[in-house]
Write a protein that binds this ligand. Structure first.
Ligand code: ADP
Length: 289
């Protein structure tokens, strides 16, 4: 099983004629609301890839529909707390050129408690995967608990924060970075990915594919990207991460896990939206590129 301590956001997307100036009131020409948050995206990806994905998180009163939607996508939602604080949300303004501006309110995503995590993880088995990203509180505590319980601890260092990654480094077995995050981490630590003391480091490179660094023996695996015409890259990295972990949880070797994830990521960039459009395993296996 995959235990994902992660954010759940309501993504509110507004199409605007131009970005608002200070003091300006601007009417949007369209509005879309969807399920997002890196955590939710990764849980949905893992579930759609066939894993038992158990989400540990929190929402407020107006976010109950997000939990229903996660359930509908196959995510186990029993450890999502219902709080009195606002559900995390992103207000996303998009101008006609496709440029965006985002206001992010973490809300309930930063109100998780160590008790809640401890309680959820008492149901975990040694060898299960614990996943985290940097959109919740309690990451270092969860990493430490997961490590003590003998779980395989995975961390996606996004949104990037050098201190947050370094706080979990001693406890993690797998680390996911995109190209920019990998450069930022190298600048902060002075260490190359294979020298971080983490067994498996996976760096995604967008249209250039992905690379695995084996921290035990220094070897590398390169996985090419599929050739597609991107329309919206939102959620590609999250989908990739969820798919890699689901495949590893099924016992597939790293190279195969990454190949499957790269096919899922490629499908994702051909679609608008986040969690709501993550492909399932059958689509990923049958896709022709
Ligand atoms: P992030 O969204 O976190 O920045 P990336 O852009 O590196 O992550 O994308 C994650 C993965 O999704 C890539 O490793 C690749 O497999 C796939 N992907 C992303 N962009 C493209 C693209 N333009 N063409 C094909 N595959 C892509």
């Amino acid at each position: 099983a995959i235990w994902n301590l992660g954010s759940i956001n309501i993504d509110m997307v507004y199409a605007l004629p131009h970005m608002p100036e200070p003091g300006e009131t601007l009417a949007a020409s369209s509005f879309d609301q969807g399920l997002g948050g890196k955590g939710a995206n990764m849980s949905v990806a893992a579930a759609r890839a066939g894993a038992h994905a158990c989400h540990i998180g929190a929402v407020g009163p107006e976010g109950k529909w997000t939990v229903d939607r996660l359930t509908e996508y196959g995510v186990d939602t029993r450890y999502i707390a219902q709080l009195d604080t606002a559900t995390g949300h992103a207000i996303i303004a998009v101008d006609p050129s496709g440029e965006n501006q985002i206001i992010l309110y973490p809300g309930a995503n930063r109100a998780l408690t160590e008790d809640q995590i401890g309680q959820a993880l008492t149901a975990a088995n040694a060898g299960d995967i614990l996943l985290m990203q940097n959109e919740t509180n309690m990451q270092a505590e969860a990493a430490r608990i997961g490590h003590q319980l003998g779980l395989r601890v995975a961390y996606a260092a996004a949104p990037f924060d050098a201190e947050a990654v370094q706080a979990v480094l001693p406890f993690i077995d797998l680390l996911f970075l995109n190209e920019v995050e990998a450069a930022q981490l190298q600048a902060a630590t002075g260490k190359a990915p294979q020298d971080l003391g983490v067994d498996d480091v996976i760096v995604t490179l967008g249209a250039k594919g992905a690379r695995h660094f084996n921290g035990r023996d220094g070897s590398k695996i390169d996985v090419p990207a599929q050739r597609v015409t991107p329309v919206d890259t939102t959620g590609a990295g999250d989908t990739f991460t969820g798919y890699v972990l689901a495949a590893l949880d099924r016992g597939l070797p790293m190279a195969q896990a990454m190949t499957q994830a790269s096919r899922a990521g490629a499908l994702m960039v051909t679609r608008h939206g986040a969690a709501d459009v993550i492909p399932d395993l059958k689509e990923v296996q049958e896709a022709k590129f």
